[in-house]
Write a protein that binds this ligand. Structure first.
Ligand SMILES: *[C@@H]1O[C@H](CO)[C@@H](O)[C@H](O)[C@H]1NC(C)=O
Ligand SMILES: *[C@@H]1O[C@H](CO)[C@@H](O)[C@H](O)[C@H]1NC(C)=O
Length: 990
């Protein structure tokens, strides 16, 4: 009743029917029916050397276990031993095992308890072999031979993929090998798929093993492995896999979220995979695949794999022509392999022959055992630099031309998130705008070896950074300059492989990176190269690099002394913004920002400046004076006032934020025309308050932001100004006057051409050393620090004292239109009262008319000196009795007794009332108009040399030339040389 395997399968349905019909004579398909009484014994009890049937029909003469088909029941374990009876003939034996479903199981487990069939010699089977064939799978022809298991180790286990598996034992007849021992003891079980959790996963978490490609032995296609558990398993996992097979595993991810890029990743789940599962512990139905530690195991990859080794080849794409990421032929664990794109081809090849002792043999031909790899799909941002866009070259271009867009001027770069093949170089080219420099710092950098190499490479990962000009900025085999403290913990690249997002709050960085912790190029481009000798599977490297294109156009950090002065000759309308150089800001390491823009108009032109907006971040101040009498915003005073107008002062962190517009006049004289310390926009303030019409051709805009936070830069603190060029000259009149005295008148609206051009231009009244300046006008003083004042007009006269580098408002005058003597007010320059000599500065006043409504203003000025305390004047015959008697009493030849001040002799009886009282023009005093020669000499004027005639002419000229009604100066000699002015003095001295 030796049924061939095919007959058994074919008769399966019929046998079951027979059983139900003939209840008494029924044996199950997994049983052998004894001949006489119809008793049933297990199939493996047939010809096992023991009588099991009462009639001994289970042990016929010359019986053999071969050429039979075995069935069994789930839960039972069966044994089978093949004996070779006739030693002198070739031996052929087929053993079929069929799991026929339900209680007969879904697949078969074969445990090779004792296997001695032929021998494995130089990778070939000689003297006998075993082949395994599964029904429905193509014949591949590989075979097993050798002896196993070796002492103490677990036997090899085979788990069928299909329901029927046939073993063929073949021993050729050859005198040579007849002495080789033959033993074949097998244990087998029929397994239920429900218990095959190692292979198929659990009901809760099933494994997707891919779709078998029809007509192939083990090629499988995986699709859409995102959010499901795809498991790339060796054929017949977790048991031994067939010989001489080629399995192509193709992985594709077609569904990719918008703006994402998918990459296929393969990794080994801990406890699973490349390491063998111990047959004792495991099997597809077993709980775990045990792994015995093997400390000496080395990882065998790439060119370490020998010709006849089983191997896994990972391709960076769906074809075998795609670049090879890794060849793997055994080792303790397979490192993570990631393709650069949404598809990957893994080719598994097993060598033609092997020993089933593979699991335990100390020197197996193949070191690769059954494996299971987890398939994952990683997503990165499609516009990120985390992956190579063309698989041909690992090249990235950062910057140009998109670098003009503010958003792309800085960023974070990480190492490629996929596998970089051995001996490959990844190149990052940073290309900025012509004025740019490239600043970069590593937040982290690491490369680590997975160990277990046979080959030692002195510099497995080499990082080089070139300045675009060709100089090497860095060449590192270990760690480059690091700026670890900048770590924010936020990763720009979320490799979303269904991994939970661990959000850890990391303290904000305490300080920015210094130049010692970073790289700064001298040119607009940088090339960064990372070369990997072994590839990133074996020597993974990782870095997190911050880069920034730094605009050094208006301010070059390296070539500067630290002061930020930017100069422009304004030829056409232009926009001015804050410097976009991060090194001036907190994020670049600066504590305070203080930049001065010096604008100079072309000759014959003037500027108009509109402040469009400004921001000081969160430190904005409340403008103390919302609007001054000038209609401009002003800032609360700060301590660095004396420093105003200079470059960046020293440590002025204590001062408030400022955006000032300052006009620059004659040497060193600057007047602040407006100051903002609040965040504003033009629209919010009104264009009147942000528009400046300087009368000077030189203007300075100063932008100062103190106490910068380390995250702050020009996106927090900024301003925008627009400069227009107007085709009208700056104030052409010389308003810097010196001499003995004069009178200035101004009417608004301007009437003369100069009045128009010089509208708002201050007057500088300068006295000689050892003299003082005296001014007189009509009106009343107003409190300084408020704009609310009792004044009938919105016009003002402002009086400033000149300090070495600044001007200081000292008087605020409400003018009366008329020269009402009851409203006569006057002032001396500082040193007059204090006797403190003016510091390097001649005594002076700066006078400004603020004209906002029609009206007129006037003032007089006098250069005065102190009466001599020694009363050296001793004229025997003074020309004037009435005054000179008085004046000699307080020590002046000529003076204003009501002021107790001496005045220039040239003013005496010149037709203008210079003294407030007018005593200098009193009839009594002017009887003898010309003082004696001796008087002049004693007065010490240089005028002596010129002679009296010159004085007379000058005076006369002045009288006749009073066409210019607002300005009279009566002292030609000391007037500074002035071009292009119609003042009296020019005419007089010419
Ligand atoms: C098994 O069957 C084959 C023919 O299919 C035969 O050549 C072989 O001798 C048989 N083996 C045994 C042990 O009977
Ligand atoms: C192994 O397979 C190849 C085809 O893939 C075949 O040509 C070769 O003959 C096979 N080897 C053996 C020993 O059957």
């Amino acid at each position: 009743m030796a049924a061939s395997s095919t007959a058994a399968i074919g008769g399966l349905a019929a046998a079951l029917l027979i059983c139900t019909a003939r209840l008494t004579l029924c044996c199950r398909i997994s049983e052998f029916m004894c001949k006489s009484n119809g008793g049933c014994v297990r199939l493996d009890e047939y010809c096992d050397g023991k009588y099991d049937c009462p009639d001994r029909s289970d042990e016929p003469l010359y019986c053999t276990a071969c050429n039979r088909t075995y069935y069994g029941e789930v839960g039972n374990s069966y044994r089978l031993s093949v004996k070779k009876l006739q030693k002198e003939r070739p031996f052929l034996c087929h053993l079929s095992f069929t799991a026929s479903g339900q209680e007969h199981g879904d697949f078969v487990e074969l445990i090779f308890e004792e296997f001695r069939v032929g021998t494995l010699y130089l990778g070939e089977c000689i003297g006998g072999e075993m082949q395994i064939l599964e029904l429905g799978r193509p014949y591949v022809g590989g075979s097993w031979c050798g002896a196993g298991p070796v002492d103490g180790s677990a036997p090899a286990v085979y788990y069928s993929e299909t329901g029927t598996v046939t073993l063929t034992l073949r021993i050729p007849y050859s005198g040579l090998y007849t002495t080789l021992p033959f033993t074949f003891d097998l244990r087998f079980r029929f397994m239920d798929n429900r218990h095959a959790s190692v292979r198929l996963g659990t009901a809760a978490e099933p494994k997707d093993r891919g779709e078998l490609v029809p007509g192939t032995h083990c090629s499988r296609n995986f699709y859409e492995c995102y959010r499901k558990r795809c498991s790339l398993q060796s054929p017949n996992y977790p048991g031994i896999y067939p010989r001489n097979v080629t399995c192509r595993y193709t992985v594709r991810q077609k569904v990719v979220p918008k703006c994402k890029h998918a990459m296929v990743a393969l990794s080994q789940r801990p406890g699973n995979g490349v390491r063998p599962s111990s047959a004792k512990a495991g099997g597809p139905g077993g709980k775990t695949a045990g792994s015995r530690s093997n400390g000496t195991a080395i990882i065998r990859v790439n060119d370490m794999c020998s010709e006849n080794e089983d191997r896994l080849v990972f391709h960076d794409g769906p074809d075998e022509s795609d670049p090879v990421l890794l060849r793997f032929c055994g080792g303790p664990a397979l490192p993570r392999v990631v393709a650069s794109g949404p598809s990957m081809l893994v080719v598994f090849k097993s060598w033609e022959h092997n020993s089933p002792a593979t699991f335990s043999s100390p020197t197996p031909v193949s070191r690769l055992r059954s494996f299971e790899l987890d398939l994952q799909i990683a997503f990165v941002d499609s516009d990120s630099l985390d992956y190579v866009k063309r698989t041909a070259a690992c090249e990235f271009i950062i910057g140009s031309p998109a670098v003009a867009v503010a958003k792309s001027r800085r960023g974070v770069l990480v190492n490629p998130q996929h596998t970089v093949p051995p001996n490959s170089t990844c190149t990052y080219k940073f290309q900025g705008q012509p004025d740019d420099r490239v600043w970069m710092y590593f937040e982290s950098y690491g490369h680590r070896s997975t160990g277990h190499f046979l080959t030692f490479k002195p510099c497995p990962t080499r990082l080089r950074i070139w300045d675009g000009a060709g100089t090497l900025l860095g060449d590192h085999c270990d760690t480059p300059r690091l700026c670890e403290h900048i770590a924010t913990g936020a990763s720009s690249t979320a490799v979303a492989a269904a991994t939970s997002n661990t959000t850890t709050t990391v303290a904000a960085p305490k300080r920015p990176c210094t130049l010692d912790e970073s790289y700064l190029s001298k040119s607009a481009s940088v090339i960064l190269q990372v070369h990997s000798v072994l590839g990133t599977v074996l020597e993974p490297y990782s870095f997190r690099l911050h880069y920034e294109f730094v605009d050094s156009g208006v301010y070059d950090h390296e070539n500067d002394d630290g002061s930020c002065v930017i100069e422009y000759t304004v030829r056409q309308s232009m926009d001015i913004t804050e410097p976009r150089n991060v090194f001036l800001y907190g994020r670049g390491g600066a504590k305070n920002l203080d930049c001065v823009y010096r604008l100079q108009a072309e000759p014959g032109y003037r500027m108009q400046i509109v402040m469009r907006n400004a921001s000081f971040g969160s430190r904005e101040c409340t403008p103390m004076m919302a609007k001054t009498v000038t209609g401009r915003y002003a800032c609360p005073p700060d301590d660095s006032n004396v420093d105003d107008g200079g470059g960046s002062g020293g440590d002025d962190a204590g001062d408030g934020p400022r955006l000032t517009v300052t006009e620059v006049y004659w040497r060193g004289v600057r007047m602040e025309r407006g100051c903002f310390c609040q965040n504003f926009t033009e629209a919010a303030l009104g264009s009147h308050h942000v528009t400046f019409d300087p009368s000077s051709d030189r203007v300075e805009i100063r932008f100062r932001v103190p106490a910068l936070g380390i995250a702050e830069d020009f996106t927090n603190a900024y301003f925008n100004a627009h400069v227009r060029v107007l085709r009208s000259p700056p104030c052409p009149r010389k308003q810097w006057v010196r001499g003995s005295g004069g009178e200035i008148e101004l009417a608004y609206p301007p009437q003369a051409r100069d009045d128009l051009y010089c509208h708002g231009h201050p007057w500088l009244l300068e006295a000689q050393p050892d003299h003082s300046m005296f001014v007189q006008t009509w009106g009343h003083f107003l409190p300084l620090n408020t704009s609310v004042a009792s004044c009938k007009t919105r016009n003002r006269i402002l009086l400033y004292a000149l300090r070495p580098r600044a001007v200081r408002l000292i008087r605020h005058i409400c003018p009366t239109g008329t020269r009402d003597n009851r409203r006569n007010i006057h002032m001396f320059s500082d040193e007059w009262a204090s006797y403190v000599p003016a510091d390097r500065q001649n005594p002076s006043f700066l006078v400004e008319f603020v004209a906002q409504e029609p009206g007129s203003m006037a003032f007089k000025w006098l250069e005065v000196s102190k009466p001599s305390t020694k009363a050296h004047y001793a004229s025997p015959a003074p020309p004037s009795q009435s005054f000179h008697n008085q004046s000699s009493r307080f020590g002046c030849a000529y003076g204003c007794p009501e002021l107790n001040a001496c005045i220039s002799a040239t003013l005496w009886c010149d037709g203008h009332r210079n003294c407030p009282s007018g005593v200098d023009e009193a009839d009594l005093n002017c009887h003898a108009k010309w003082p004696s020669f001796k008087v002049l000499r004693s007065y010490g004027l240089p005028v002596v040399g010129l002679g009296l005639a010159g004085v007379v002419f000058a005076v006369l000229a002045c009288i006749y030339c009073r066409r210019d009604p607002d300005y009279k100066q009566y002292d030609p000699e000391t007037e500074p040389a002035a071009e292009n002015t119609r003042s009296c003095s020019t005419i007089a001295s010419s």
